[in-house]
Design a protein around this ligand. Structure first.
Ligand SMILES: Nc1ncnc2c1ncn2[C@@H]1O[C@H](COP(=O)(O)OP(=O)(O)OP(=O)(O)O)[C@@H](O)[C@H]1O
Ligand SMILES: [Mg+2]
Length: 329
């Protein structure tokens, strides 16, 4: 799409607005901004991006470095909007990202919020998120990959394409792997359609680093690398309390302490997955609570009974038995 070029009086440099549609109602080459927004607060209020950022701050426990990076990216977009309104923006900034971190550290959750913020700030038209893995992009047979990848890209256009475990796209042991074909199409789209599609590559940090080393083209198109740390125990406990609250439950006497202990043991056991493990543990505690209440057929339960996770609902977990079995004498 050819966007009209404007020249700011007194500068030799021609500037193109991000898109013609953005520029036409508010831009006047001689008078500057006619009815556009001029302050950061005006942009945040008009776009309601401020509300989404506040929600992110409130709903997500911990993740301080991630929240800071998102604020930085939002700041860039807001200032870019102000620049565009004055005819100063030259091109859409590249916003493709990588989200690295262990399972359950909040990558998918943050990507969803990111899509919403990008939408509110007018960077993408729709703000939806299409989450895929290798199998959604790469075909089994010759000629199947290109149409598959293009179909996914089409679905994601106007929003965020979230590729989980992105390193599986690249199989160095396979000389002519169809994954390479998907990567090439993605590279093109990431370059040519970056004003309406943001690609987020997600996965384990070490594997992603290897992937980027083998795919410098991909690496150079990623503007923001966000590294999701494992949650400290204190955050996991707060995440648990937040999750319970959202589902209208609470810990009864001693249950919070039991869950704190549970987390301490669970972290050291197999397949630990941060906040996801917390969610699963709470789901099982709710099952046990239900069985406990179900057993007493004639009792009239109060709201408190029905919303309380009791200490035994937590302590019945296998995690405590495993920990006891492995305890050094
Ligand atoms: N900081 C947080 N505060 C509250 N809840 C969280 C937080 N981080 C993650 N969760 C919750 O934990 C669960 C797992 O998070 P999410 O799916 O975003 O992790 P992920 O990094 O994408 O994991 P995976 O690598 O397994 O896909 C979700 O239910 C999410 O709502
Ligand atoms: Mg995920």
């Amino acid at each position: 799409m050819a966007s009209p070029k404007y020249t700011i009086p007194g500068t030799a440099q021609p500037f193109a607005p991000v898109s013609a549609a953005d520029a036409s109602p508010i831009f006047d080459a001689t008078a500057g901004v006619v009815n556009g927004v001029r302050t950061v607060n005006q942009v945040l209020a008009q776009s309601q991006a401020g509300a989404v950022m506040d929600e992110l701050e409130r709903d997500l426990i911990g993740l301080a470095p991630i929240k800071m990076r998102i604020r930085d990216i939002a700041a860039l977009l807001v200032i870019d909007k102000l620049r565009t309104d004055l005819g100063l923006a030259a091109a859409a900034p590249s916003l493709h990202m990588s989200f690295t971190g262990n399972p359950g550290t909040g990558k998918t959750t943050v990507a969803l919020r990111m899509a919403e913020i990008l939408h509110r700030l007018g960077y993408v038209r729709k703000g939806h998120l299409v989450a895929v893995t290798r199998d959604d992009l790469v075909g089994q047979y010759i000629g199947h990959t290109a149409p598959k990848t293009k179909e996914v890209v089409k679905k994601a256009m106007g929003g965020v394409l979230f590729i989980d475990e992105a390193y599986y796209l690249y199989r160095p042991e396979n000389e002519r792997d169809y994954g390479q074909e998907a990567i090439e199409i993605l590279l093109q789209v990431m370059e040519n359609q970056r004003d309406d599609l943001v690609v987020i590559l997600a996965g384990y940090k070490d594997r992603m680093d290897t992937f980027f080393r083998s795919n410098p083209g991909m690496s150079s198109r990623i503007a923001h690398h966000l590294d999701f740390p494992d949650y400290p125990q204190s955050d996991l406990l707060r995440i648990a309390e937040r999750m319970l609250q959202q589902q209208n439950y609470q810990f009864g006497p001693g249950a919070r302490e039991a869950f704190e202990q549970y987390i301490g043991y669970r972290i050291g056991q197999e397949h630990f997955a941060n906040a996801r493990s917390v969610r699963n543990a709470l789901d099982r505690a709710r099952l046990r609570q239900a069985s406990r209440l179900f057993a007493d057929r004639d009792r009239e339960y109060t709201a408190e009974d029905l919303t309380t996770i009791a200490e035994p609902d937590i302590r019945a977990s296998r995690v405590f038995q495993i920990a006891a079995a492995h305890k050094p004498e």
